[in-house]
Design a protein around this ligand. Structure first.
Ligand SMILES: [Zn+2]
Length: 294
């Protein structure tokens, strides 16, 4: 059941449509040390990366706004240095929902171009419906955007962020800490569970697989991976995950070539039978079929 929660949260990616049950649940923030200066924070929603630099903190993703105070407390238990950059791996509300709570005169929000556009599209109706203030709306938006990649330099550390095309959405970016050898993959990787691919926001199965292959070209056997959801991971696990997805994709493409309908593919459990331990197999078959048919 636990595996379903993150999947559902990602699915319910609008900024307010989280179930009442999830809100009532007491959330605690777990801190995982991945490298000398990089930590992974887990609460509810997407996994957060925290890099403690020479003078400032570089943060990746921020879950939901109701968790912001808890997240700030968790970060202040690691360091008293202030946050300088907050990077959004993509636009979903379980990764960027706390933007306004973290944004300040000294914090700069950074994301790929399409993230800003999609957050605007999602939130403007809420401002018009007076569910969100104009001030919060402005603070939710990335202030620096880039089309392909952007690099940050901090002492010995080089932080490379790069866009991957039409993967989980059309605005995904991964962040690689070269010295600490940690890669945050955002939702282009769900460790130990099937991925959710947001086709309506520009994602695709081919782009998703290509994004993972790009990550594999950059990392090595010692790299720590922060996935968008699920526990920390590594290159060997990502390699077998890509093979698993390619295998399922090949089987579904063969079904499409043979004239199978969406309903038939969704009902055909044999297409995903070798990846036991994963949930929402039917939903994955639906996503891959629909993506390949586009
Ligand atoms: Zn997502």
């Amino acid at each position: 059941m636990k595996k379903n929660v993150a999947f559902m949260l990602c699915l319910l990616s609008s900024f307010s449509t989280i179930s009442v049950k999830a809100q009532e649940k007491e959330v605690s923030i777990a801190v995982d040390t991945l490298a000398q200066n990089v930590y992974m924070l887990t609460g509810q929603g997407g996994n957060i990366g925290v890099y403690i630099g020479e003078t400032h903190v570089f943060m990746i993703d921020d879950q939901f706004d109701r968790l912001s105070e808890k997240l700030k407390t968790a970060i202040s238990s690691l360091t008293d240095k202030p946050i300088a950059f907050l990077f959004n791996t993509h636009m979903h509300g379980d990764h960027s929902g706390g933007n306004a709570r973290f944004n300040s005169e000294t914090v700069t929000l950074v994301a790929q171009d399409n993230v800003r556009e999609r957050i605007q599209l999602n939130l403007l109706p809420k401002v018009e419906a007076k569910e969100m203030s104009a001030e919060d709306y402005t603070k939710m938006l990335p202030e620096v955007t880039f089309s392909q990649d952007i690099t940050f330099y901090d002492g010995e550390e080089t932080i490379m962020a790069f866009h991957v095309h039409k993967a989980h959405t059309d605005g995904d970016a991964m962040v690689y800490f070269m010295q600490n050898n940690v890669l945050h993959m955002g939702d282009t990787y769900f460790s130990e569970r099937y991925p959710y691919i947001d086709l309506k926001s520009g994602g695709s199965i081919d782009g998703f697989i290509n994004a993972q292959k790009k990550a594999l070209m950059i990392i090595n056997d010692d790299t720590q991976i922060i996935p968008g959801h699920g526990r920390r991971s590594n290159k060997a696990e990502l390699q077998s995950y890509v093979l698993m997805l390619e295998n399922i994709k090949t089987k579904i493409q063969a079904q499409i070539d043979a004239g199978a309908t969406l309903a038939e593919v969704m009902a055909n459990a044999s297409l995903t039978e070798n990846s036991t331990g994963f949930m929402n197999a039917e939903r994955l078959r639906e996503i891959i079929y629909t993506s390949l048919k586009k």
